[in-house]
Design a binder for this molecule. Structure first.
Ligand SMILES: CN(C(=O)[C@H](Cc1cnc[nH]1)NC(=O)OCc1ccccc1)[C@@H](Cc1ccccc1)C(=O)N[C@@H](Cc1ccc(O)cc1)C(=O)NO
Ligand SMILES: [Zn+2]
Length: 333
């Protein structure tokens, strides 16, 4: 009936609708909060924050809500001569921010502006990423200090495949490293022998998906471990005995989507949980109902709703956490 949202398989009272316009205004307001201490405390994440905000706006159907020129200028201001990107001007280059930079530039279709503006172009960025791979075990470091993590391996495959430069690295060795992180419960940990964690599962399954090696995943065993993340309140946690958290909606559901088991969780209960995490007055989403909102949980809540098929949201790619139409164009699907 009128004022009731139609979610996959059920009706919702309209206080549980996605407050699209509020979320758009919340994200647009983020870069104007330079008077708030939090703005400066999160400077070390700034380029990630632009990727999170931009992706959320695209999924909400407002791709032009951030000024394109200023967005591209900021990304370019974070690049070093070696092709890598830091989180903000003056910060050291690192894999994580280089991946966010590529995701942003591909989303706004500005990858070729690097070269045009005398910056290090697509191939140079690819070489920066490729030189972070350990050619012996296939793992990736985050920067020259050498800390390795499957987050960096996934990030490398993510950004290189978006630039069609996967040939710059040893994909076979990277797949072997992911396999070494597989556990008997079907999940993956941060390194060989580490316990399964939904975030690590997302990056390991995502890396296998990009390498077209999902045949290596024990889909039934992993599918049941992931479906057991859903709690009575409908939310998902990242490990057994942990609290529900809206960002785990994404890490768990995108992994289930990649192995074709999205039907193994209750979508209606999850969508109600995600909608309870939004601030209907100010916009934005928190990790769980009642907590302070942030742009990180806003994008992963919206991306989770998109995977569920919440009406009015643009389709999201479960591997890249980017608009599906952007990924299809970039990787040439
Ligand atoms: C650094 N970080 C995290 O550690 C968050 C913290 C958190 C949020 N809710 C509960 N904890 N944890 C997190 O992202 O865990 C998911 C994850 C862990 C390992 C691998 C992949 C995903 C968050 C930022 C944050 C800090 C503090 C509070 C909210 C957000 C973060 O940047 N996560 C990264 C995780 C990541 C990194 C690299 C990748 O290739 C993919 C994902 C991210 O989403 N980048 O786009
Ligand atoms: Zn969270």
């Amino acid at each position: 009936g009128p004022g009731r949202a139609q979610v996959a398989g059920g009706n919702l009272p309209n206080e549980l609708q996605l407050a699209v316009e509020k979320h758009v205004k919340y994200i647009q307001s983020l870069d104007t909060r330079k008077d708030e201490l939090e703005y400066w405390l999160t400077e070390h994440l700034r380029l990630n924050g632009v990727y999170w905000g931009l992706t959320a706006l695209h999924l909400l159907g407002h791709p032009d809500a951030l000024p394109r020129h200023e967005t591209v200028e900021f990304v370019l201001s974070c690049q070093h001569d070696n092709g890598g990107f830091g989180p903000a001007p003056g910060h050291d280059p690192h894999m994580l921010y280089t991946v966010s930079a590529v995701q942003i530039l591909v989303t706004v279709d500005a990858l070729d502006e690097l070269e045009k503006r005398g910056k290090t172009g697509r191939e140079g960025v690819g070489r920066y990423i490729a030189q972070l791979q350990d050619r012996d075990d296939g793992s990736f470091a985050g920067d020259e200090w050498g800390e390795t993590d499957t987050r960096f391996l996934f990030g490398a495959l993510n950004a290189l495949s978006l630039m069609r430069l996967l040939s710059y690295i040893d994909v076979t060795k990277a797949v072997a490293y992911v396999q070494a992180c597989a556990n008997f419960d079907g999940g993956y940990g941060v390194s060989p022998g580490a316990e399964s964690h939904a975030g690590q599962i997302f990056v390991c399954v995502g890396a296998l998906a990009i390498a077209d090696r999902l045949d290596l995943v024990d889909k039934d065993r992993l599918g049941s471990w992931l479906s057991e993340r859903q709690l009575n309140n409908g939310g998902l946690n990242g490990r057994p005995e942990k609290l529900e958290d809206v960002c785990y909606s994404w890490w768990v559901m995108s992994s289930l989507a990649m192995i074709g088991k999205l039907g193994w969780i209750d979508k209606d209960k999850l969508s109600k949980f995600i909608l309870q995490c939004q601030d209907p007055e100010l916009g934005g989403m928190a990790d769980r109902p009642g907590d302070a909102v942030d742009v990180f949980h806003t994008v992963f809540g919206i991306a989770g709703l998109s995977l569920i098929g919440y009406p009015g949201l643009k389709p999201v790619d479960p591997i890249y956490c980017m608009p599906l139409e952007v990924v299809n164009r970039a990787v040439g699907r």
